[in-house]
Ligand binder design. Structure first.
Ligand SMILES: Cc1cc2nc3c(=O)[nH]c(=O)nc-3n(C[C@H](O)[C@H](O)[C@H](O)COP(=O)(O)OP(=O)(O)OC[C@H]3O[C@@H](n4cnc5c(N)ncnc54)[C@H](O)[C@@H]3O)c2cc1C
Length: 397
């Protein structure tokens, strides 16, 4: 049990991918690390379609068959009228490659953090931060009804989309409804699903302002879900009702064995991810891709960088905002441009009518996109649809 006298180098709040990688990185570099998780089981309940690209994942953890449910070759994108284009795995984005079991994956990451030396406390909820002289000096928390406080040189907020840690420390983390993708998903069993492709379905009836996905999980099962903008969410059918409409038509005899509901930031990253004594990582820093909602690998990259910078800053005896900025600047230099581009593409596509979406997909009918790089593919789409996509041109030159 943590006691009032305890003091750590680093406290990590939240044991998702961002938190566990941050804890593992800092612990492996010799820091005394505590990670707290409010749930009683790390990784459960799942709030994810569980798709992740292989190369980016392998930068952080060796793939393990115990948490890989399926491996795909690429993706198929369906226009509202059902026309389909096929993309190879390497141009399909950060969510296509493996479908993983997040319940096991998140636990495997936490285990790695533990093996590196981090202390982990589940069913332990951070309830506030200790602020002294403008610096974050630790957290207040509860465990099984007992309140306590723990101190640290640096707190890393990895508390996901519902993050409060940043707000407690004075960082504006507000998400407007339009900045949030709200989703519903069924894990379906006993369905006919192509095991080789992730499917993405577009259209204003199927998923207005968003998309619907089918991610195969092996054994005639798949994650079938959809996400739409929080702005549209209250205006018509709920995401779960739209999903039921699709299921009724496509998988009338399928069985639903799990329901997932959740949100993911779609705003692009926070302007400020650090303050004196505090760093925010993953969904807590709005680092998920605004176009696809994918956030696992971005969160893991952030966790690693934050763990590295935290260790270095502590060894220098300087945990000021100015020192911790190195994490923010480096993360943005690696991912910022791509996420900005995703936001622009999303803002361009969201207002399109079904007939415009159909036209774009038809324009590449017969063109083999499967072997193109992302840039070649977007270049082809822009050349074929100069009027509709002209304003996107500047993003790719
Ligand atoms: C429907 C849906 C589908 C998605 N599909 C994909 C996908 O296919 N691929 C992909 O890459 N991304 C996907 N995402 C996004 C992805 O799930 C997130 O980007 C990713 O989990 C972010 O990791 P994280 O570590 O930042 O946060 P999380 O994984 O959310 O972890 C945060 C942790 O903090 C804990 N916590 C919160 N508050 C406290 C507190 N006060 N004290 C202690 N612990 C706390 C939570 O319990 C949680 O365990 C999807 C999201 C949704 C909602």
């Amino acid at each position: 049990m943590i006691t009032k006298t305890d003091k750590y180098d680093v406290i990590v709040v939240g044991a998702g991918p961002a938190g566990s990688i941050a804890a593992k990185t800092a612990a492996a570099r010799g820091c005394n690390v505590l990670m707290v998780e409010k749930r009683q089981e790390i990784g459960d309940p799942v709030r994810c379609a569980e798709g992740v690209a292989k190369p980016q994942l392998k930068e952080h953890i060796q793939p393990d068959e115990r948490w890989i449910a399926a491996e795909v070759k690429g993706s198929r994108i369906y226009a509202p009228d059902g026309t389909c284009v096929e993309l190879s795995e390497d141009v399909s984005g950060a969510e296509v490659g493996y479908t993983i079991e997040r319940k096991l994956f998140d636990r495997a990451l936490a285990r790695e953090a533990a093996l590196a030396g981090a202390e982990i406390h589940v069913k332990t909820r951070a309830t506030g931060v200790i602020l002294e002289g403008g610096y974050v000096k630790g957290i207040t928390a509860t465990h099984l009804g007992e309140k306590f406080e723990v101190r640290a040189n640096i707190v890393i907020g990895a508390d996901g989309v519902e993050s409060k840690v940043g707000r407690w420390a004075g960082i504006d983390t507000t998400l407007q409804p339009a900045d949030l993708e709200t989703g519903a998903q069924f894990l379906m069993a006993d369905i006919d699903v192509n095991p080789d492709y992730c499917e993405f379905h577009l259209g204003n009836t199927i998923a207005p302002s968003g998309y619907l996905w089918v991610f195969p999980k092996g054994n005639r099962s798949a994650n079938v879900g959809l996400a739409i903008s929080g702005e549209v969410c209250g205006q018509g059918k709920r995401p779960i009702d739209m999903l039921r409409d699709f299921i009724e038509e496509r998988y009338p005899n399928g069985k639903i064995i799990e329901i997932v509901v959740g949100g993911v930031p779609a705003s692009g990253p926070l302007e400020e991810m650090v303050t004196d004594g505090l760093m925010l990582v993953g969904d807590a820093a709005h680092q998920s891709d605004p176009l696809t909602g994918g956030g696992i690998v971005n969160a893991m990259d952030a966790g690693k960088l934050a763990g590295e910078v935290a260790t270095q800053a502590i060894s220098e005896g300087n945990v000021s905002k100015a020192r911790l900025k190195e994490y923010e600047t480096t993360w943005k230099s690696r991912h910022g441009k791509r996420l900005k581009r995703s936001l622009s593409v999303k803002n361009h596509f969201v207002p399109m009518t079904d007939s415009e979406l159909n036209k774009i997909v038809h324009s590449v009918d017969g063109v083999d996109l499967s072997k193109m790089s992302l840039f070649e593919m977007l270049g082809t789409l822009i050349r074929k649809n100069p009027k509709m996509l002209f304003s996107l041109r500047k993003l790719f030159i």
